[in-house]
Ligand binder design. Structure first.
Ligand SMILES: CC(C)(COP(=O)(O)OP(=O)(O)OC[C@H]1O[C@@H](n2cnc3c(N)ncnc32)[C@H](O)[C@@H]1OP(=O)(O)O)[C@@H](O)C(=O)NCCC(=O)NCCS
Length: 235
């Protein structure tokens, strides 16, 4: 357990969510400059220390995970829209919170999108519930066991962030929390995206998005993965 009371989060917890074809790295953010490329140092030079630490740790974690995929080390400077930029043939996702950074990457052709999120396992502030959850989701929360509502609210928040990251690499679209609806299967620690306020064919992949969650080491962790229709990796 860290001084703050969170973590460490065991890699096996996240690996079990994402499956064997996805490489995971987890670390506590640390302010390091060794192991960073000049362009990465330049990207983060004016940020506050907390941001420098999480950014650097994510890059080091990502290169470790990419090495296990056989990908040569390279600079991982974000795109102009802040989304991560991966080497050709790789998809992945990054998430940070207090004391924990997760990176998930794969070059398996059958996986065309990944989104991960991690949050401190503390109840969602009640005044945020209306912003994060739709009316239907709030009706479901009305049936929650006493004391569980705040956790389930946080779970909605995290699941939507993970879905957002996964879908962005495919559509490049900004989505608001109210545009996505999630249905949890708490016993299976999984979720599905059941409604999206967008209908055009670009979003046909949504029912295939597979959401999973875990509660471990003082964190809520969510993931969304998207499989290709066929082994050639086509939608
Ligand atoms: C992108 C976003 C999800 C990141 O969440 P966050 O709580 O700020 O930060 P996290 O620690 O969870 O994730 C940070 C990582 O997200 C990744 N990220 C940033 N923008 C991204 C995007 N558009 N798509 C995918 N990943 C993105 C980055 O890799 C970043 O880490 P890095 O800066 O070290 O590279 C959030 O800032 C955001 O813009 N949300 C949009 C609204 C939304 O969440 N809608 C949900 C409804 S579906």
């Amino acid at each position: 357990m860290h001084e703050s009371g969170f973590g460490p989060l065991d890699r096996s917890v996240v690996s079990a969510m994402l499956g064997q074809r996805i490489e995971i790295e987890i670390a506590a953010p640390a302010l390091v400059s060794q192991g960073l490329y000049p362009e990465e140092l330049q990207y983060i030079a004016r940020a506050v220390e907390k941001r420098q630490a999480e950014f650097a740790t994510a890059r080091i974690c990502a290169r470790r995970a990419l090495a296990r995929l056989g990908v040569a080390p390279c600079a991982l400077v974000p795109n102009a829209d802040r989304s991560p930029s991966w080497p050709n043939g790789v998809v992945g996702s990054i998430a940070h919170t207090t004391d924990c950074c997760i990176v998930a990457v794969t070059n398996a052709p059958e996986i065309i999108g990944i989104g991960v999120d991690i949050e401190v396992d503390a109840p969602l502030e009640p005044n945020l519930e209306r912003m994060i959850c739709t009316e239907r989701e709030r009706r479901w929360l009305d049936c929650a066991k006493p004391g569980e509502r705040g956790f389930l609210g946080k779970l909605h928040f995290s699941a939507k962030e993970a879905f957002y990251k996964c879908q962005y690499s495919i559509t490049g679209t900004f989505l608001d929390f109210a545009q996505v609806e999630i249905k949890f299967d708490l016993a299976r620690q999984s979720f599905a995206i059941v409604a999206l306020a967008r209908q055009d064919p670009a979003w046909d992949f949504v029912p295939r998005a597979q959401g999973r969650f875990r509660r471990a080491a003082g964190f809520v962790i969510t993931s969304v993965t998207l499989a290709a229709f066929n082994s050639a990796g086509q939608l």
